[in-house]
Design a protein around this ligand. Structure first.
Ligand SMILES: NC(=O)c1ccc[n+]([C@@H]2O[C@H](COP(=O)([O-])OP(=O)(O)OC[C@H]3O[C@@H](n4cnc5c(N)ncnc54)[C@H](O)[C@@H]3O)[C@@H](O)[C@H]2O)c1
Length: 292
């Protein structure tokens, strides 16, 4: 297809009410809440058929129902990204939902399990690497038949990273390594699947986004590992208070505030949209300017 035809088609996709992702099938992992759920809502509003993947079945179903109630198209496929059978089933169900097509994968599922280096256990280490690196790789590998195609339809993969991955963060050796790792996976997908199939792959790295991961630990959110261990989520209240209150609050963020889940999700939408059709292999920082 010629360059001008592609541009014309991309522009045509911008026409509302069809939306920027009209008819595209998107798997969004970790979309039962937080940034992933908001991404699913925004994608659906732009005409995508969204596959809500989350270990929390109740929340996944709720997001899918809400999208359908508002006239969007969604299915919930709950399960654990640490389970290979689940990943293969997720791709199969997404393919059926999309009548043989999958256009977008957002590798977003994740949590933090912090510890300073000398106290981090093997289990803490292995779980975070498995969820943030191995699972996205396995999902992309399982979905390869849907991306290595020549049908002139857009294909885009986004891996979610963090400022911890780009700059390191005390107490997060496991998470920092994993979030740095996805940038290499992203660039490799861009190089392997870009030339022949036009697949774009990008990393979106968040700074401080308001979700349960950045809420006070005392609020009690937790995840359960496959062997039943509860891992508390969030930032210790005292540490959070010291960072966020007083004259030094958010001093490290040029915009002077945390971002919302909607702002984070909007950046993901921008990256998969036709507006970014010539952007691939990049790491987009969505941080309010932090770390510049
Ligand atoms: N909130 C932030 O400030 C921030 C900053 C940088 C990066 N991130 C990244 O953004 C992504 C989304 O985080 P969020 O803040 O929306 O968190 P969140 O806790 O609100 O949402 C994450 C979702 O992932 C799901 N999940 C966790 N483990 C899973 C598993 N094994 N299988 C399937 N689903 C699983 C959870 O159930 C949850 O619904 C994560 O990758 C996170 O590391 C967040």
């Amino acid at each position: 297809m010629s360059y001008s035809t592609r541009v014309t088609e991309a522009a045509a996709q911008l026409n509302y009410p069809k939306g920027m992702l009209n008819g595209q099938v998107a798997i969004i992992t970790g979309s039962g809440q937080g940034i992933g759920a908001e991404t699913a809502r925004l994608f659906a509003r732009e005409g995508a058929k969204v596959v809500i993947s989350d270990i929390d079945a109740e929340k996944a179903k709720k997001v899918a129902e809400e999208i359908k109630d508002q006239g969007g198209s969604a299915i919930a496929v709950p399960g654990d990204m640490l389970n290979d059978d689940y990943i293969n089933g997720l791709v199969q169900k997404a393919g059926e939902f999309g009548n043989g097509k999958i256009h977008i994968i957002i590798n977003n599922a994740g949590f933090t399990w912090d510890g300073v280096i000398h106290k981090t256990t093997d289990k803490q280490w292995d779980t975070i690497i498995a969820l943030h690196n191995t699972a996205p790789f396995k999902l992309v590998r399982a979905a390869a038949p849907y991306f290595r195609v020549k049908d002139n339809e857009p294909r885009s993969i986004v891996n979610i990273s963090s400022t911890s991955g780009l700059h390191g963060n005390a107490g997060q050796a496991n998470y920092a390594l994993a979030k740095a790792g996805v940038t290499g996976l992203t660039k490799t997908i861009a190089k392997e699947w870009g030339p022949a199939f036009g697949v774009r792959a990008n990393t979106v790295a968040f700074g401080f986004i308001l979700t349960r991961l950045t809420a006070a630990k005392e609020e009690g959110a937790f995840v359960t590992t496959p062997d039943g261990q509860k891992v508390a989520l969030g930032i210790p209240g005292a540490q959070k208070k010291a960072r966020e209150e007083g004259s030094a609050a958010f001093k490290d963020i040029p915009l002077g505030r945390p971002g919302t889940a909607t702002e984070a999700a909007s950046a993901i939408l921008a990256v998969v949209s036709p507006l970014f059709s010539y952007v691939s292999g990049q790491t987009i920082s969505v941080t309010g300017g932090r770390n510049i």
